[in-house]
Design a binder for this molecule. Structure first.
Ligand SMILES: [Zn+2]
Length: 472
């Protein structure tokens, strides 16, 4: 219980709470980093900070990140020798970068992208971490060395992290080993679970106080055989850990799954009893209407990554159907093509507009025809509270009991000037230039648009890139 004298208050002009913008409201936080209350009378507190010309929003929750892929941003935007460039040709280039990074390089790359995330208003990241071993596939003396690299980068950037430990067993059913995957592979599901338990203990000792630190990420049905998937998923379930898995990003992935299991991934997961409320299916671009209903019936979540899916030519998420079915739909930066949570959110809607030649497709129905902010609230929720649910984190909304994770925007920034209390004006217009303060657990990690680690991170990351690319 926090004593009253240690409470603090943040006083922006506007606070986004309950899906709308309210005036003259303070965010009161306790010494444990949680929100105590939203208050209109913060006079008797030990400290209060007036944030003039600013609006506060809940911090974005980035559910699906592969930090090391920041190293290939912009490095794959050309043709290869293949007859047709797709996700699969991109993947080979990504593997080449993954082969080259040292533990220090993994740290530097993660620090770079996590710092960028902080500057973009992201306060929690779910890091789907699958670089585990040396390039030749042998284990480091400390098998968790690369987990440490990523966790330390998150800590040094100030982000809250949920480390989603990835399980990867094979290139695919009846497929020869792919040397590009040697750093990902576990030797047995039992060993993977042992490493996971060691990671949980280590993080609990090093980073006490956070509610959820670890999740489990069987990479995909392509990469993990079913018996192993059961072992790993049920281990996670016993420890109440979130489970994340790539699902139906590519048509080719669906075909491989049908060849092995006779059905596409969501159907296989449902048949195996592995769809449950703590499961998040990443992508779900190529899912059938019936599979959307299966996800909804199970209470499972979906994480879309539209800026990456757009870049890789994956396809268009059936977002309308997912929302109509009541699926919890969150967002991730995935391949780090862009770090722009609201751009991901807007693309849920915009991709459908291009396909259907209509507007306001994801706006809530029924009696809401005049709700100017209904669509914006839906999209903002995907970038915040929906993600918190996927990660099991007590964040994503400005309400008592949750961690005080939020960011402020400068109301005079050109991208949102004149927005008033229109939530839609913020959600559809906001650019990163407007973001001024980013607060995680009641502590500022960005002030006045500046992150203290950003300059050093860029220098160290530049050195990594010089080692990877001849033109750097
Ligand atoms: Zn991914």
């Amino acid at each position: 219980m926090t004593t009253k004298g240690r409470d603090e208050a943040w006083l922006p002009d506007l606070v986004c709470a309950g899906g709308r913008l309210v005036r003259e409201t303070a965010i009161v936080t306790g010494s444990d980093g949680r929100i105590l209350r939203l208050s209109q009378a913060p006079d008797d507190l030990a400290r209060s900070e007036r944030l003039a010309n600013r609006a506060a929003f809940p911090g974005f929750v980035n559910v699906h990140s592969h930090a090391f892929q920041r190293a290939i941003r912009g490095r794959t935007e050309h043709r290869t020798a293949a007859s047709r460039d797709t996700f699969w040709t991109w993947r080979e280039k990504m593997y080449r970068a993954a082969q080259s990074l040292t533990p220090e390089g993994v740290y530097a790359t993660a620090l770079m992208v996590f710092t960028e995330m902080a500057l973009a208003g992201i306060t929690t990241v779910g890091e789907f971490h699958y670089l585990h071993h040396r390039p030749d596939g042998s284990r480091y003396d400390d098998p968790l060395a690369l987990d440490d690299s990523v966790v330390h980068a998150a800590r040094d950037s100030g982000l809250r992290i949920v480390l989603l430990q990835c399980a990867y067993a094979r290139a695919g059913w009846k497929q020869p080993p792919n040397p590009g995957q040697s750093r990902f592979l576990y030797r047995s599901a039992a060993e993977f679970c042992d490493d996971l338990d060691a990671l949980r203990v280590r993080l609990a000792e090093h980073l006490p106080g956070s509610e959820v630190l670890v999740g489990v990420a069987p990479h995909s049905l392509r990469a993990v055989p079913l018996p192993d998937l059961h072992t790993i998923a049920h281990h996670a379930q016993r420890h109440a850990l979130p489970v994340h898995i790539h699902v139906s990003e590519q048509r080719g992935e669906n075909e491989q799954c049908k060849n092995e299991h006779g059905a596409t991934p969501v159907t296989v997961l449902a048949n195996e009893g592995l769809l449950w409320p703590d499961l998040t299916a990443i992508h779900c671009v190529h899912v059938s209407p019936k599979e959307v209903d299966m996800l909804a019936a199970a209470g499972a979540s979906v994480c879309a990554c539209p800026t990456t899916e757009r870049n890789l030519g994956d396809g268009v998420l059936p977002a309308k159907r997912l929302f109509e079915a009541g699926v919890n739909l969150a967002l991730g930066s995935d391949g780090q093509i862009q770090i722009a949570p609201l751009e991901d959110a807007r693309e849920l809607e915009y991709h459908l507009r291009l396909n259907l030649e209509q507007r306001a497709i994801l706006a809530p129905p029924s009696g809401a025809a005049c709700d100017a902010d209904g669509l914006a609230a839906v999209l903002l929720r995907s970038a915040t509270a929906a993600g918190a649910r996927c990660l099991g984190a007590r964040v994503g909304s400005l309400e008592p009991g949750l961690f005080a994770d939020f960011f402020t925007v400068d109301l005079r920034d050109p991208s949102i000037a004149g927005a008033g209390t229109s939530l839609a004006a913020f959600v559809f217009g906001l650019e990163r230039t407007a973001i001024r303060d980013v607060i995680v657990g009641g502590k500022a990690i960005v002030r006045d648009g500046l992150h203290p680690a950003a300059a050093e991170a860029a220098i160290k990351f530049g050195e990594v890139q010089r080692g990877l690319w001849r033109d750097s």
